[in-house]
Ligand binder design. Structure first.
Ligand SMILES: C[S@@+](CC[C@H](N)C(=O)[O-])C[C@H]1O[C@@H](n2cnc3c(N)ncnc32)[C@H](O)[C@@H]1O
Length: 238
């Protein structure tokens, strides 16, 4: 495929959220004018070190895989099996096209995170990627429970976060009369977006960092690392 026909095909498949580099040499970018810059390469550099450089023999599940950026990066690290799932066929078609161009053996499946256990037939994966999806869900805890149940070794998790950056520990139980704690900005909170945020009607619940941590603990995940804002590397509690 010539660079110009590759570019035409990329444009037909758009709009893209992931800026991938395709072609040989990699001359065509899929989202060169992304508002967040060279996304998500520019973000990945802040936490790529938090996962093993060698994933030989490991299995990976990338939920909400979009154009497949993380699936491809982890396949390049030698993972023996990588499965990407997204409910949006536009993104899934992009991921499949990019996979064929990059000649990386990644399986992409159309499906919803709410059904993720059935989609993968209850199989656990060594590494599960759940980046940038939680706040798009109307039922985030329900989905996160399912995601957590599929993690054998590590969960790479990210959510948009808003509210106080500072976190604090709170008593596991509080008396009914206690009201002040709910004015403490560090108390776990999820902001409910009734209409839209950042022009996006699919943003529903935005946790503060305390809430992200509490949600992860609640579904049985221990936070092993927080390499940068909003990104958590977790492992299942024994
Ligand atoms: C903000 S993008 C994040 C993409 C990628 N994981 C990343 O971090 O760059 C959210 C992705 O989640 C997908 N998504 C949203 N809700 C979903 C759901 N209920 N089931 C599966 N995928 C979903 C969207 O189609 C989109 O590709």
């Amino acid at each position: 495929m010539t660079a110009s026909s590759l570019e035409d095909r990329v444009n037909q498949l758009g709009p893209w959220f992931h800026n991938l580099r395709l072609g040989d040499p990699e001359v065509v970018q899929t989202a060169p004018h992304h508002p967040l810059g060279d996304f998500p390469s520019n973000f990945w550099q802040f936490f790529s070190h938090a996962l093993p450089a060698d994933l030989s023999g490991q299995t990976v599940l990338d939920i909400g895989c979009n154009g497949g950026f993380y699936s491809f990066e982890l396949k390049r690290r030698g993972a023996k099996r990588v499965v990407g799932v997204d409910h949006d066929l536009v993104y899934l078609n992009q991921a499949q096209f990019a996979r064929d161009q990059l000649q990386l053996d990644v399986e992409f499946i159309q499906g919803d995170v709410y059904d993720i256990d059935r989609i993968v037939h209850g199989e656990q994966f060594d590494f599960v990627v759940f980046m940038g999806v939680l706040y798009h869900l109307r039922h985030p805890l329900y989905a996160l429970e399912k995601v957590a149940s599929l993690v054998r070794k590590r969960l790479l998790f990210q959510s948009m976060e808003r509210g106080a950056w500072e976190t604090a520990d709170f008593a596991p139980d509080l008396p009914f009369e206690e009201r002040d704690v709910f004015f403490d900005e560090r108390f776990p909170r999820m902001y409910f977006i009734e209409h839209a945020y950042a022009g996006d009607e699919t943003n529903w619940w935005i946790p503060n960092p305390s809430c992200t941590r509490a949600l992860l603990r609640t579904v049985g995940m221990r936070i092993a690392d927080r390499p940068c804002h909003e990104v958590y590397v977790c492992e299942p509690e024994p």
